[in-house]
Design a protein around this ligand. Sequence first.
Ligand code: SAH
Ligand code: SF4
Length: 382
Amino acid sequence: MSTPVNLLGLDADGLAQVCAQWGEKPFRARQLSRWIHQRGQDDFDAMTDLARGFRERLRDQACVRAPAVVSDHVSADGTRKWLLDVGAGNAIETVFIPESQRGTLCVSTQAGCAVNCLFCSTGKQGFSRNLEVAEIVGQLWWASRALGPGPAGERPVSNVVFMGMGEPLQNYEATLAALRLMLDDNAYGLSRRRVTVSTSGVVPMIDRLRHDCPVALAVSLHAPDDPLRDQLVPLNRKYPLADLMAACARYLEAAPRDFITFEYVMLDGVNDSDEHARRLLSLVRGLPCKFNLIPFNPFPHAGLRRSPDARVRRFGQVLIEAGIVTTVRRTRGDDIDAACGQLAGEVQDRTRLAQRMVRATPAAAPAAGSAARRIAIQPVGR
Ligand code: SAH
Ligand code: SF4
């Protein structure tokens, strides 16, 4: 028997093609999509408005399979983090951040990352592999299912940010198909303005995204000049700041938002002086943008320190006084290592991951004495 096709990884065109091969009408593809993505259904027998013969074929030849959940942590502030097994000792993380007006899901696109930014624990793990579409969309599928609808029946995830593990624009095709599904009214129906791709600056792919599927764009800047950025974000040697800024300007011609968000990790004594802030102002002059300052989240052996709060505020002040909207990212989910750049910190050590996978069996109890406040480590069956 041939391997079943995982429908979770097919965007509207892909699903329509598969249905056509089976002699089904195009509206069947839309029906299926709504069952899978809107109702979180993975059991074809429960899709009662599909003809019995079609359901049987689906049962034989298809499946709806998201990565298996290894653990599920809830932070004291409501942030929730899932560790997902993507095979061969690789795990990725997905984080849900509830806020009063929105629920944001932070998704991963790669196991590890090849860009290897100096301050990023994902980069330090090296690159394992690109995630498949089903593994990217599976994070939203799983979270929507696990969280359930809100009090007024609303979907729990209103915003998606591609700020988990990996560089989305170095896994372009899968990211694109995942984006299309997230925006598709028969799937998650998210607004383009509420889906943000974050990139370390893969210039040609920024151009392709603008053309193929413009969504909100965040660019991880971290330095006002090439010599410093070359060190912090090695990809800068390939795509230096002038090229990156030009790509940002082009992107705005098609973007659903009229500004680019620049992320800037605040590293004590490295990139956080008033002079750095002033040089940033010259760099971005004429480009509509906002800044999001991210206090560095330390991890073992990082060899870098977080800028003091007063320094972050002062740095932000320089930008604000020049008329640039600047926010400081609140650290959420600190107690469960769900903050930026800490994702899957524990996964770095494959042995430990393997142990956790073993622990996450029905009989297993949460590890005693763990540093993180684990409110729940539980096996999650589907
Ligand atoms: N690869 C993409 C998206 C994932 S990283 C990118 O780099 O944009 C998401 C954000 O977290 C980026 O802005 C990244 O620079 C930041 N980040 C990574 N490690 C961090 C750390 N240790 N502390 C604070 N922010 C970090
Ligand atoms: Fe990769 Fe982004 Fe981490 Fe850089 S910051 S290593 S691009 S995940």
